[in-house]
Design a protein around this ligand. Structure first.
Ligand SMILES: Nc1ncnc2c1ncn2[C@@H]1O[C@H](COP(=O)(O)OP(=O)(O)OP(=O)(O)O)[C@@H](O)[C@H]1O
Ligand SMILES: [Mg+2]
Length: 381
């Protein structure tokens, strides 16, 4: 083989030629040395005995030793296994072929309908839209749910939270919004749900209709890193369509499970637990994801809905609190209304859309205020 083509072949290789070595493994962290890495580098670990592979991320470095959080489970790996650096980093292939499909965070199909061929590599981690490039929220985004469209009207590019205790109807409302909205592209992230809930959500809540929809799934039995980056990967998919000038609906169930994934990762790396055991990184992660939604000048918009579980219906939960401070609106579901058989159980008085005054007509606003006033009087008496 001529020297030049040999050189090309080597430079085309995704993985480093040099490799490091695993020195210690536990269920959540792999310790290795012998390779020059930086924080957030993606590495591939190959077992010497079985040739099985796994991907992980460098999350801590201590002298010549570095710590890897694996994307999958680590059964079968042992000390002495080789560690290679992946030079492409954390990118996923995205494209219009994703529409109608159910995929994992690396865009690998899990619906058994064959390969998905992404046309563009998108980074999973990206900076939010720059403040001066954010477009004003001045257009109505219809979700097709009367109580929300009427009294809590949402705008294109708005970020909202759906807050409720367990089993009150978050997932059902999410399904209603996906079905009811007329957004040209819908991206659904199912993060940390039980595996059983995924087909149930598609069949029951979406009626099996995946037209113009991409579903990204990381279930509760996936590793915490998969759950964490599953949410970011889904946001990258939404950004791909937003960059083409489209108005995208992004909906994620649930932020709580996403924060819990970071809790597992943070605690395993020795971060101190704070309120409810969440390490500080769980809270700083939320704006990194949520701020990527919005409207961008000259491009399209991402209107985002995030469900937040409130344990024991306690609104002072740290994740609920932090989410509320980042989002521009909250829809609170009430267990009391479900007792009366009122569905979707939207608690109008506790909910608010922060952009409603800018997007609805004067007449509509008057009607909203009148309804709130009469409803409050009714409740008080
Ligand atoms: N809009 C609705 N119409 C009729 N029934 C509903 C509606 N919303 C919720 N329910 C009832 O409440 C049950 C629980 O709803 P759902 O699974 O959406 O709750 P959830 O808040 O997502 O629960 P979890 O916390 O377990 O994720 C449903 O199985 C259904 O019986
Ligand atoms: Mg649910």
């Amino acid at each position: 083989m001529p020297f030049s083509s040999l050189k090309d072949k080597i430079s085309n290789k995704k993985y480093s030629v040099s490799f490091g070595e695993v020195v210690k493994i536990n269920a959540t962290v792999i310790t290795a040395r012998g390779l020059k890495v930086s924080i957030s580098d993606i590495v591939k670990i190959i077992s010497n005995d079985t040739a099985q592979e796994t991907i992980g991320m460098v999350t801590e470095i201590d002298g010549s030793t570095f710590f890897i959080t694996p994307f999958s489970f680590v059964e079968g790996f042992c000390s002495g296994d080789r560690v290679f650096l992946d030079q492409t980093g954390l990118n996923i292939p995205v494209g219009s072929s994703l529409l109608g499909r159910v995929v994992d965070p690396f865009m690998r199909p899990i619906d058994g309908k064959g390969a998905v061929n992404g046309s563009k590599l998108m980074p999973i981690i990206k900076a939010p839209i720059a403040a001066m490039k954010r477009g004003m929220i001045d257009e109505i985004f219809s979700v097709g749910v009367k109580s929300i469209d009427g009294l809590l009207t949402c705008g294109k590019g708005q970020k909202l939270g759906i807050f409720a205790g367990s089993g009150v109807g978050k997932s059902t409302l999410m399904g209603m919004i996906v079905r009811g909205s007329d957004a040209p592209i819908k991206v659904v992230a199912l993060i940390g749900e039980r595996g059983r809930e995924v087909p149930e959500f598609i069949e029951k809540n979406l009626g099996g209709n995946l037209e113009n929809t991409v579903i990204i799934v990381a279930t509760s039995d996936d590793s915490p890193l998969m759950r964490k980056y599953g949410a970011f990967a889904a946001m990258s998919v939404a950004e791909f369509f937003k960059d083409q000038g489209l108005d995208v609906l992004f909906i994620m169930d649930s932020v709580t499970r996403f924060a819990m994934a970071q809790r597992e990762i943070g605690l395993a790396l020795g971060e101190p637990p704070t309120s409810k055991g969440y390490p500080p990184s769980s809270l700083t992660l939320l704006p990194q994801l949520m701020e990527r939604a919005g409207k961008e000048d000259g491009k399209g918009s991402i209107t985002a809905f995030f469900t937040v579980l409130i344990e024991g219906d306690d609104m002072s939960d740290p994740i609920a609190d932090q989410s509320r401070s980042i989002l521009d609106g909250h829809i609170v579901l009430s267990r009391e209304l479900t007792d009366f058989g009122i569905y979707p159980p939207v608690h109008i008085l506790n909910s608010a859309s922060r952009v409603i005054n800018d997007i609805i007509s004067e007449e509509h606003l008057k009607a909203v205020l009148k309804f709130r006033r009469l409803y409050t009087i009714l409740k008080e008496n």
